[in-house]
Design a protein around this ligand. Structure first.
Ligand code: UDP
Ligand code: MG
Length: 310
């Protein structure tokens, strides 16, 4: 039997660890799939790591990785994949919003020879209108940039060993798992699932962290914002030509434009355009700087190995 590693990033999920381990374990046992569960404690401030240690003592299927601080879900997923031993690896949320029954379905597709099995959200679960509008716009931009339809993408996936190794070889610090798993290609298919309600705890994403997540990922997958700067420049140039001609004609006809208002408006308009453009370019530069420094994506301070035999 081939081993399935289930990577579960967890940040402040003390209430969910044993429940997740039990639920996932029971479903995979019933389906007669050999598995290990790799919990990645993303520098939680509560007792998540103690819970992982406790569960690992009772259950040989559990392995754990503990970060030295909170590095974010993207890093946690990468660390989980790097420490997974399975011939295929799945990634799912700790809050069981990704139904574990779907894992079995994904595993069967993997057995049929698919190498990347994407979980696609049939419905997005409960969300506020503003949230879904923002998420919609973000995914439209990302889909355009990566030329992959991402409107229903999620982090719930099952990957073959080959695909996992390809992902792990990518050197970038700002990884974007959802898009990268599609970017690598391989023989892929998808499975639909319904997003479940979170039973314990609360969502770890604040509005601020979501905006940051969106910006980072747009920048890492698209140079569109910089091209918009160029287009804005061309637009302003045409306006300059028209206004310039008008001004000169008036000057030579003997009545120069007396437009203090025009001058103020022009300075304000062009000034703000320049500053916005600098901001866009500055953001790219800061991301380049982060990548160039080449710091590790995460630091591991503790580790537990699972004891499953293949
Ligand atoms: N998560 C993480 N690090 C973080 C934030 C979240 O590992 O900095 C994990 C979290 O424990 C959960 C998953 O990512 O397993 C999804 O988080 P959450 O349920 O809060 O997000 P939502 O479902 O609201 O999108
Ligand atoms: Mg959740």
């Amino acid at each position: 039997m081939s081993l399935l590693s289930v990577v579960v990033p967890a940040y402040n999920e003390e209430k969910m660890i044993s429940k997740a381990a039990y639920t996932i374990g029971e479903i995979l046992d019933n389906a007669q799939i050999t598995y290990e569960i790799v919990f990645v404690d993303d520098g939680s401030k509560d007792r998540t790591w103690e819970q992982i240690e406790k569960t690992a003592k009772e259950d040989p299927h559990i392995s754990g990785v503990h970060f030295s601080r909170n590095f974010g879900k993207e890093s946690a997923m990468m660390a989980g994949l790097a420490n997974a031993k399975g011939e295929c690896c799945a990634v799912m949320d700790c809050d069981l919003q990704h139904p574990p029954e779907t894992l079995v379905e994904m595993y069967r597709l993997w057995e049929q020879g698919y190498e990347v099995i994407e979980g696609i959200k049939r419905s997005r679960g409960k969300e506020s209108t503003l949230h879904s509008i923002c998420a919609g716009t973000f995914y439209k931009m990302i889909s355009k940039a990566s030329k992959i339809d991402m409107t229903h993408a999620s982090d719930f996936k099952l990957l073959d060993r080959g695909a996992v190794d390809a992902l792990l070889e990518m050197p970038e610090r700002n990884s974007f798992f959802r898009a990268m798993s599609a970017w690598i290609g391989f023989r892929s298919t998808s499975v639909e699932f319904d997003v479940q309600e979170r039973t314990e705890g609360e969502s770890k994403w604040s509005t601020r962290s979501l905006i940051q997540y969106a910006l980072t990922n747009i920048v890492s997958f698209s140079s569109m914002p910089m091209q918009i700067v160029t287009f804005a420049g061309i637009l302003v140039f045409f306006m300059a030509v028209i206004l310039g001609v008008q001004t000169l004609v008036k000057y030579f006809l003997g009545h120069a434009v007396e437009g203090f208002t025009t001058v103020i408006l022009l300075i304000l308009f062009i000034g703000s355009m320049i500053m916005i453009s600098l901001g866009v370019i500055g953001y790219y530069i800061s991301k380049i700087y982060e990548e160039v420094k080449g710091r590790p994506r995460y630091l591991i301070s503790k580790k537990i190995e699972s004891k499953v035999e293949e």
